[in-house]
Design a protein around this ligand. Structure first.
Ligand SMILES: *Cc1c(COP(=O)(O)O)cnc(C)c1O
Ligand code: SF4
Length: 342
């Protein structure tokens, strides 16, 4: 990227790997910290898709509130074990679009790399909660088949780093990948989809920024924030700094029952994002993944919420509400269905 850098004013963050290692992994630790009675919370131990929460994220949860919108995103409950018709393991047909291990090519001109299965926070509604990462994590061998695919497909101009969370990968590996991408002249944009940016802002280091700037094209970062309470001074500093360094910042949210299914909340989120130099990009309706049905909303409600947002937000702060539908060539705009029956 070529631009004049603004001075790197990084907050005095601690080593992100140490901070990540201090995350909560057990129900008891998390509920104790949040001062929540385990019987009241409906929480259960989930051996398959484990609890994982950074201390920073947990610190934003209101003490004693078992219905806190941030808590609900990360707390495993027995509702995840319900079998609900229509909710599948591979909700969006990702596995059909894996071209080489670790590379998903669904849409024109852009591919997504599943760099790692690791995340800093495990979101209970995650549409990739059943994704077979063990077969699709390229690890250190990122180079050969993936790079060959990218080099041979000259219409690919954008590479999206995803996961899991691509920022759980070390700087060294990211820089190596960027070096390889720089060898392919038709790759013009590098996009990073990461929840780490908001839940583990210590990850935003001078080394990371310098590493990303080694990419010859544009760098786009997409945060994943669902509720205005997820933003505080701590991560806002990181966002403002990234923006000051010339990275384009966007946010994607998922519309979640009990978490952000309210126009007021989403409107406040758009304004909070803008204060942090982030433009709202997508508001995803829930992907119908097994174990997450309790987060879903009827279409009439999502449409009502979206109409209220449209009536109250400037166009540039209105995310596109979309569905991901297997076999389609893009995300599909939603919210234009009639909000009230009849
Ligand atoms: C969502 C997604 C993208 C990116 O789509 P945009 O509309 O460009 O944000 C790319 N690849 C896959 C597999 C996706 O799921
Ligand atoms: S951070 Fe993203 S990939 Fe990881 S659990 Fe949450 S939604 Fe899933």
């Amino acid at each position: 990227m070529s631009f004049t850098p603004v001075s790197l004013q990084l907050p005095a963050y601690r080593d992100w790997k140490v901070v990540a290692s201090e995350s909560f992994h057990t129900l008891q630790e998390l509920l104790n910290f949040c001062e929540i009675d385990p019987t009241e919370s409906g929480a259960v131990v989930h051996e398959g898709f484990k609890l994982r929460v950074t201390r920073y994220y947990a610190s934003l949860i209101e003490k004693g509130n078992a219905a806190d919108p941030l808590l609900l995103q990360v707390l495993p409950t027995n509702r995840e074990f319900l079998t609900v018709p229509g909710y599948q393991r591979d909700a969006v047909g990702d596995q059909l679009s894996v071209r080489v291990p670790g590379l998903i090519h669904k849409y024109h001109g852009r591919v997504l790399l599943t760099l790692t299965g690791a995340c800093a926070v495990n979101c209970r509604y995650c549409f990739r909660r059943h994704f077979p990462y063990s077969e699709n994590v390229p690890g250190l061998r990122i180079t050969d088949p993936i790079m060959r695919y990218l080099a041979e497909n000259e219409d690919i101009s954008e590479v999206i780093l995803s996961g899991g969370d691509p920022l759980m990968v070390s700087d060294q590996k990211l820089i190596k990948l960027i070096g390889s991408l720089n060898q392919i002249p038709h790759i013009r944009t590098l996009r990073i989809h990461s929840r780490v940016l908001s839940v583990l802002p210590e990850r935003v280091t001078a080394e990371l920024i310098e590493g990303l700037k080694q990419f010859d094209g544009n760098v786009v970062m997409v945060t994943h924030i669902n509720h205005p309470n997820e933003i505080s001074r701590h991560n806002r500093q990181a966002f403002q700094m990234l923006s000051g360094q010339g990275f384009a910042l966007f946010n994607q949210s998922v519309l979640l029952k009990g978490v952000n299914d309210c126009a007021e909340t989403l409107i406040a989120l758009s304004h909070e994002l803008f204060e942090s130099r982030i433009i709202p990009y997508y508001l995803h309706r829930l992907d119908k993944v097994e174990g997450a049905a309790h987060f879903d909303l009827p279409a009439v409600e999502s449409c009502r919420i979206y109409r209220q947002m449209r009536e109250r937000l400037p166009g540039y702060l209105l995310p596109a509400m979309v569905d991901e539908i297997e076999g389609q060539l893009s995300k599909i705009p939603a919210g234009n269905e009639p909000a009230e029956p009849g």
